[in-house]
Design a protein around this ligand. Structure first.
Ligand SMILES: Nc1ncnc2c1ncn2[C@@H]1O[C@H](COP(=O)(O)OP(=O)(O)OP(=O)(O)O)[C@@H](O)[C@H]1O
Ligand SMILES: [Mg+2]
Length: 363
């Protein structure tokens, strides 16, 4: 392999394709030892890790970044679209393309993280479970579908906005997880009033028009309750698997149960219970069950699905969420990070849900 070929083969971390595939490589001057990169914007996210990948191939080179013009950005959009097609187009192989998550051929498992009521830790679970799945080597994306309370990018620590190329959105890569939120597309100061069809269209677009690229798992942080989002998702991704987050007190468990039964009515596979804020370990080493106990176990037995794990209440979990440094990244040895890892492993090993075929639905 010559130098040019080696550089073209370097994988760009944000999109996950080679510099050659993306036409990101500009002039390479061997005598001046410079590599020009042609990127959609000059402040391209994760540029440092791209530069270090180039340095592995050519340590002496200095990297110069140039911004694409409109035409080149459109060309990039077309390239991504060709990869996103269900069937490989001219010059592409089967393994180059990734069918949309809504396509029957897609192998991406879609996990809806839901709860009956707010504040039980749905977003915290979505973020840390996504990272834990990435830590065990899975390709993971997370979509914040909570129109009323989007908080996920901040919790995950997404510093840059997703890149929009016309009708194609490139999610932000953070801690090895691709992240996209409704929040990016809603004006901060505007009150969000979503009507059913608008919400449906928005979610469908974020699932189908984004560069998720052959994920193993797409986690969806659902708004609390039963609502429109679950209905929309049941229509666009019939094979979605639902995971219910609850706290240990009986009242929370009853509300969670109601939303789980509603999900079952929509023929969604409800596949597991995650109990959060299960206990607190004091400085004295004692376990305190601040929110009571047994809610998760009760819910799982009522629904006939496994209790996948119990996450303790730890101040680092909240602090990490506030500053965008999730506990699974900063304190991998903590009890909660271990609980997330165990849940991730169990979800990965229990395999996809049986597909509920819409055409076989009995209404
Ligand atoms: N295991 C935990 N230990 C400590 N703090 C936690 C834990 N789980 C969640 N929290 C904190 O509790 C608060 C609520 O959590 P989170 O925002 O994840 O809940 P949610 O269900 O997504 O809420 P909402 O309904 O508002 O979207 C956050 O401040 C979060 O950091
Ligand atoms: Mg939330």
């Amino acid at each position: 392999m010559n130098l040019l070929e080696a550089l073209a083969a370097v994988e760009e971390p944000q999109i996950g394709r080679s510099l050659g595939d993306l036409a990101f490589l500009g002039d390479v001057d061997e005598s001046a030892k410079t590599v020009q990169l042609l990127l959609p914007v000059t402040n391209w996210p994760n540029i440092e890790s791209l530069k270090s990948r180039i340095a592995e191939v050519w340590p002496e080179a200095s990297v110069v970044v140039r911004a694409m013009n409109e035409e080149q950005r459109f060309e990039l959009r077309n390239r991504l679209r060709a990869f996103m097609a269900a069937e490989p187009g001219p010059g592409l192989h089967e393994h180059d393309t990734s069918p949309a998550i809504t396509d029957k051929r897609s192998t991406t498992r879609v996990l809806g993280i839901s709860s009956g009521k707010g504040g039980v830790g749905k977003s915290t679970v979505s973020v840390n479970l996504a990272i834990a799945l990435a830590q065990i080597g899975k390709r993971v994306g997370v979509l914040d579908a909570d129109v009323y309370g989007f908080s996920l990018p901040k919790m995950l620590g997404a510093l840059s906005d997703p890149m929009v190329l016309g009708d194609t959105v490139i999610p932000t890569l953070v801690h090895g997880v691709r992240c996209l939120s409704m929040g990016y597309f809603v004006d901060d100061d505007q009150p969000v009033i979503w009507r059913g069809p608008m919400l449906h269209k928005a979610i469908e677009q974020l699932v189908t028009e984004a560069w998720w690229d052959n994920l193993d798992f797409l986690l969806i942080d659902m708004p609390p309750g039963t609502g429109d989002v679950a209905l929309t998702l049941s229509e666009i991704i019939p094979r979605i698997e639902m995971y219910v987050v609850t706290t240990p007190q009986p009242a929370a468990q009853r509300v969670a149960q109601r939303s789980a039964f509603a999900a079952k009515k929509l023929k969604l596979a409800v596949r597991g219970v995650i109990e959060n804020m299960s206990y607190f370990v004091g400085d004295d080493g004692q376990r305190y069950e601040l929110f009571g106990s047994g809610g998760g176990a009760q819910l799982s037995s009522d629904l006939g699905i496994p209790l996948l794990g119990q996450i303790p209440l730890e101040s680092e979990v909240r602090e990490g969420g506030d500053i965008g440094l999730p506990i699974t990244v900063t304190h991998p040895d903590s009890a909660s990070a271990k609980a997330f890892l165990e849940i991730a492993t169990r979800i990965a090993s229990q395999g996809p849900a049986r597909v509920y075929r819409q055409e076989l639905r009995l209404n």
